[in-house]
Design a binder for this molecule. Structure first.
Ligand code: PGA
Ligand code: ZN
Length: 416
């Protein structure tokens, strides 16, 4: 067994220039694993808390005070690492030790264990075939919490190269789409600055409707067929513009307010008009009833919970009770440790809910999520299109294609 012989942590910076925690784990005195915790801008209410009292320094102190508890553990045993974390922090959101420590320690442990065993991480996490490549879901145009005033209220318009035959072609299609989109935006706005949001998506001065029409025009410009070669998706991240007090979705930048019925109708109309294969958080994070309506009315679309499910197995059970969600975002740092996230993945698979493994808007150049996506049988991987920290994950998928073990692309149709 790859036994943890040393571990250390430090504060480093993420792609937004904010402080975060990075952990090194050494097994058998020579196999070194490393992971750096990402962070979100549109954060679900029930997510793990990244740092005690929101202070990275306090997470580092908590790590140093407790690191001895991890010495001697089997680094490949995600449950053992989880239990050691729980022995230190019994809160339900890792607020004592920090979700960032739970994330980085649990992933650095398996990173080092994979090296000790001489296997790729995805095989360590799931030794059973078949493996398939997730479709890369690329954030190509956005606003919301990821970009400034003037951009759409909708957080992300996503490209999904459904017609791609292999992962290389899929990546090439997304890069091509992103670069052609810039030309479409320029043709409509000669003063476009090439500004991009936190995840590398174009952040033009357009409203929600114009943003979708730009995406459609880009499909035409690329010579793709909508829904056949290239499909579109949307992450509304609607909790970020849900006005709880007045019970309306407040599209402030466009000057439109929608009540719940209007919001359902709006989401339905976009799904129909743009043949969306994917919609994320179309309603706010506690509205399971409306999510169930959208899930039932759109059996061909992955109606996906992010802030709603917060990578928490108990929330999947709740969603299943309502008949809500045919897709589920998996972000390890929402859950805390890798074990928590893998339990979530199991619950999704058991209930026929498609998994979409995802980056965060604040990222590092780590590429573990490429392995986690393959190991969990994810249908898609959300990693953005451009920017070193996004491309790092995409390039890791290309490296994985050198293993003959991975048989083609995932099956996209929802199974629920
Ligand atoms: P976040 O955004 O990482 O800023 O939370 C990503 C998302 O909402 O999917
Ligand atoms: Zn989201």
């Amino acid at each position: 067994m790859p036994s943890i012989t040393a571990l250390d942590a430090r504060i480093v910076f993420n792609s937004r220039g904010s402080k975060t925690i990075e952990v090194d784990v050494v097994t058998d005195k020579r196999f070194s694993g490393r992971a750096c915790a990402p962070s979100g801008a549109s954060v679900g209410k029930l997510e793990a808390q990244s740092f005690p009292d929101n202070k990275p320094e306090k997470a580092l102190i908590a790590f140093k005070a407790n690191r001895r508890k991890f010495i001697g553990l089997d680094a490949s045993d995600t449950k053992a690492v989880f239990e050691a974390l729980r022995s230190v922090d019994r809160t339900d959101n890792y607020s004592k030790i920090g979700g960032s420590v739970a994330y980085a320690l649990s992933i650095a442990a398996v990173d080092s264990a994979a090296k000790a065993r001489g296997v790729p991480l995805f095989r360590l996490l799931n030794p059973k075939k078949p493996y398939r490549f997730p479709f890369p879901l690329g954030n190509v145009l956005g606003g919301g919490a990821h970009a400034g005033p003037g951009t759409p209220d909708i957080q992300e318009i996503l490209a999904c190269p459904v017609g791609a035959n292999d992962i290389k072609e899929a990546l090439e299609m997304n890069f091509h789409f992103h670069s052609e989109m810039r030309k479409v935006i320029e043709s409509l706005d000669s003063r476009f600055t090439y500004g991009r949001g936190d995840e590398g998506a174009w952040a033009p001065n357009v409203n929600n409707d114009q943003a979708l029409s730009i995406a459609e025009k880009t499909i035409e410009r690329c010579g793709y067929r909508l829904g056949k070669d290239m499909a579109l998706g949307i992450d509304f991240a609607s909790s970020s513009f849900w006005d709880e007090k007045n019970n309306v979705y407040d599209y402030k930048r466009q000057g439109i307010k929608r009540n719940t019925a209007d919001q359902i109708e709006f989401a339905n109309s976009l799904i129909k008009e743009y043949k969306l294969v994917y919609v994320e958080d179309p309603v706010h994070e506690t509205d399971f009833e409306s999510m169930a309506i959208l899930t039932k009315q759109n059996p061909k679309t992955l109606v996906t919970g992010d802030d709603m499910l917060v990578t928490n197995a108990a929330m999947v059970k709740k969603a299943v009770g309502f008949g809500a969600c045919s897709g589920a975002i998996l972000k390890v740092n929402q859950a805390g440790s890798l074990y928590d996230a893998l339990q979530f993945a199991k619950e999704c698979t058991k209930n026929g809910i498609g998994i979409i493994t995802s980056h965060r808007s604040g990222e590092s150049v780590d590429s573990h999520i490429a392995h986690i996506a393959v190991a969990t049988g994810s249908k898609m991987i959300k990693t953005g299109v451009l920017g070193g920290e996004r491309v790092a994950k995409l390039n890791e998928l290309l490296r994985l294609s050198e293993y003959d073990l991975i048989e083609g692309m995932a099956e996209l149709t929802p199974t629920t």
